[in-house]
Design a protein. Sequence first.
Length: 153
Amino acid sequence: MDLLILEYPNPETETLVNWVKEKFSRLQQEKNARTLSLLDIGTGCGLLPITLGKELPIETTAVDLSERALEVAQENAKLNNAEVDFIQGDVLKWTSLPKQFDIIVSNPPYILEKSRKDVPRNFLDYEPPVALYVKDEDPMLFNRKIAELAKES
C-alpha cells in the first residue's frame, strides 16, 4: 500500500483491522447484507478505512478534527484507489452520527496529559498532540462519546 504519511506503526491499528476482518463475515450474515458500512472516528492519515475498504466489501466513512489530516487521508485514498467519504468535524460536539453504520472503529487519544514527558520523541514525529493526549480528569471522554453516538445510531 502506498501512503503519503504513515501513522506511527502501533499494535492498536493492526488489532482494529484484524478484528474487523475476523468479525466481518458473521456481521454480513446477521445483517443479511453483502456490503456493510464503517465509520472511522479520528482517522488521521486514513489507514483504517483505506485498508479495510480495499480488503472488504465495505462502504467507508472517515472523520477527523484536523483539516490537514483529512488532506493527507484524501491523498492516501487517491494513491490507493480507495473510496472513502471524508468528513471534517469534532465528534465531541456531535449529537448524532451522519447516518447509521454497521461498524464504528476509532483509535482515539489515550495518553493522559500528565504523561506527556514520558512519550518517546520519535512517537511525536508521527502523531500530532491532539491525536494522542486526553484530559487527565476525563480519560474516557472519547470512548464514552463514541459509545453514546453508536447507541443513538
